[in-house]
Design a protein around this ligand. Structure first.
Ligand code: ADP
Length: 491
């Protein structure tokens, strides 16, 4: 542990602030402590970031609570313009932000650029929503009273994000909070604070008033978040992360009856019917499996392929996946970067070993790459038994297990036989089958003949233990608004 903030030598990081952001000022942690941020491709230390603690957390939420009333009264157009300016600034700094993301998280540079565009779009989308917040008026049944329903900001929000999409998971929460007129305390993941701090600097530059957004990176997640959830000043929690942590936070949020939006884990089925266009299915599989090295809650986790097309689909997928280049995300030509850390590699290795022990065969891959870094080969497993651990565990790596099926009814039941329900992918050219099966899939989102569902204009979210609420789309802002009803007797 070091105790002084150290500037890194990497050029893309030289402008990134490394302190906490409290009440509009870059501030060292009260304890004076910092923590190291590592490059998962090389193990090198990229920077030391201020390590916030409970005292900093309390200061952050007190600030958010203090400025809430004034911020709520700003003109919607003003909030809209801040978001729009931030959108422009993010796009103007695409390469810089993409480099920061690749350095601290590992994804290939081209994908990181894609995330910058995707992440920025939440700001443009919610800049448009900020000026369209509408209530309604009606009359009581007896005609004697007016019912005037308005929308008001829910209040100070706690935002907690994971490491896998360091920019987009932030903008997806900050965008609607700003649009709705909510203040925020924000804890990014300890693996990826640099993107969050760079984003914060952009928002300050775009004119976000001081105190509206307060950012506390930390290695003591519970120490920072507990005063936010149990202290009574924050009114809303928006969390993206694992189901296990989500349950802990829901229990804590219950102590002060906070509103919650929870984007939790997934176990996405990817169903290829006998009548599917196999080239489209393979294309979809490449995206659904390999985007972000498979480190996404939307990643296809279980491939259910009809027996009639299983061999052909497997051969095509294996051919495409074996042509991928694994390496440092900043190196020219890299398709698949490192996994986030040693624990991620250990988890993938254990899942593959278990599947093989239970009878699966390795079509391609099946091992780590190189001695240093956390790289895993793109892997296709065939003949995977339904009781293999990876059928019920989020793999979070570039491993595609293929299960064969014969019957539509049976496979819908198997696909739904999980505690999660975020997304399902379905490939068929039969329109009736497409609607019939998507109706029955217990998920919040279906990718029908596509491997990508995420879009700022669409409501992202899941059912069952995949979460509560939706982010993005027309309903995304609702998560940050309350109804307020005025009862007015007719004169
Ligand atoms: P992942 O497995 O993707 O890292 P986590 O759920 O562990 O998912 O982490 C998501 C976010 O939740 C991160 O910002 C992490 O620091 C935070 N987090 C983890 N544990 C806690 C906790 N007990 N209280 C509050 N936040 C937590």
């Amino acid at each position: 542990m070091t105790t002084t903030s150290e500037k890194t030598t990497h050029p893309a990081l030289s402008a990134v602030p490394l302190d906490l952001y409290l009440d509009g000022a870059w501030t060292p942690a009260a304890s004076g402590r910092t923590f190291a941020v590592e490059n998962p491709a090389t193990g090198e230390t990229l920077a030391h970031v201020a390590d916030g603690g409970p005292d900093d957390a309390r200061r952050a939420v007190e600030t958010a609570a203090r400025v809430q009333d004034e911020w709520a009264r700003t003109a919607p157009r003003e909030r809209s313009e801040i978001l729009r300016r931030a959108y422009d600034l993010i796009l103007a700094r695409t390469d810089e932000l993409a480099t920061i993301m690749t350095l601290e998280m590992g994804k290939p540079f081209a994908e990181a650029r894609g995330e910058v565009a995707y992440g920025a779009e939440f700001f443009r989308w919610f800049s448009e929503e900020a000026v369209r917040i509408a209530g309604d008026t009606t009359t009581t049944g007896d005609g004697k009273n007016r019912i005037v329903v308005g929308r008001v900001p829910v209040g100070p929000c706690v935002l907690i994000t994971p490491w896998n999409f360091p920019l987009a998971m932030g903008t997806r929460k900050i965008g609607p909070a700003i649009a709705a007129g909510c203040t925020m305390v924000f804890k990014p993941a300890p693996q990826t604070p640099l993107t969050a701090l760079a984003l914060t600097e952009i928002l300050a530059e775009a004119g976000l008033p001081k105190g509206v957004l307060n950012v506390v990176p930390t290695t003591d997640a519970s120490g920072v978040v507990t005063p936010w959830l149990e202290g009574g000043l924050a009114r809303k929690l928006s969390f993206t992360g694992s189901t296990g942590v989500g349950k802990i936070l829901l229990a804590q949020a219950a102590t002060t009856v906070m509103r919650t939006s929870m984007e939790l884990g997934g176990n996405a089925p990817f169903v290829v019917c006998a009548d599917a266009d196999l080239d489209k299915a393979v294309e979809g599989a490449m995206v659904a499996k390999l985007r972000n090295m498979g480190e996404a809650c939307t990643a296809a986790n279980r491939f259910y392929v009809h027996r009639d097309v299983a061999d052909e689909f497997t051969a095509k997928l294996a051919q495409r996946m074996s042509a991928l280049t694994v390496g440092d995300g900043l190196a020219e030509g890299t398709d698949v970067g490192p996994l986030i850390d040693a624990a991620a590699i250990d988890k993938v290795r254990a899942l593959v070993t278990d599947a093989i022990a239970k009878g699966a065969s390795v079509a391609i891959g099946g091992d780590t790459v190189g001695a240093s870094g956390h790289f895993y080969q793109p892997t296709v497993l065939t003949g995977v038994p339904r009781d293999a651990d990876l059928a019920s565990t989020e793999i979070f790596g570039p491993v595609a297990p293929i299960f064969v099926f014969d019957d539509e009814d049976e496979i819908v039941r198997v696909a739904n036989d999980t505690d999660w329900g975020l997304v399902g992918y379905l490939f068929t050219q039969d329109l009736d089958r497409a609607f019939r099966m998507s109706d029955r899939m217990e998920v919040g989102m279906v990718g029908l003949n596509t491997g990508l569902v995420s879009n700022p204009a669409a409501p992202f979210g899941g059912v069952k233990q995949s979460g509560l609420g939706r982010e993005g789309g027309r309903v995304g802002i609702d998560e940050f608004l309350e109804y307020k009803y005025l009862a007015i007797p007719k004169g």
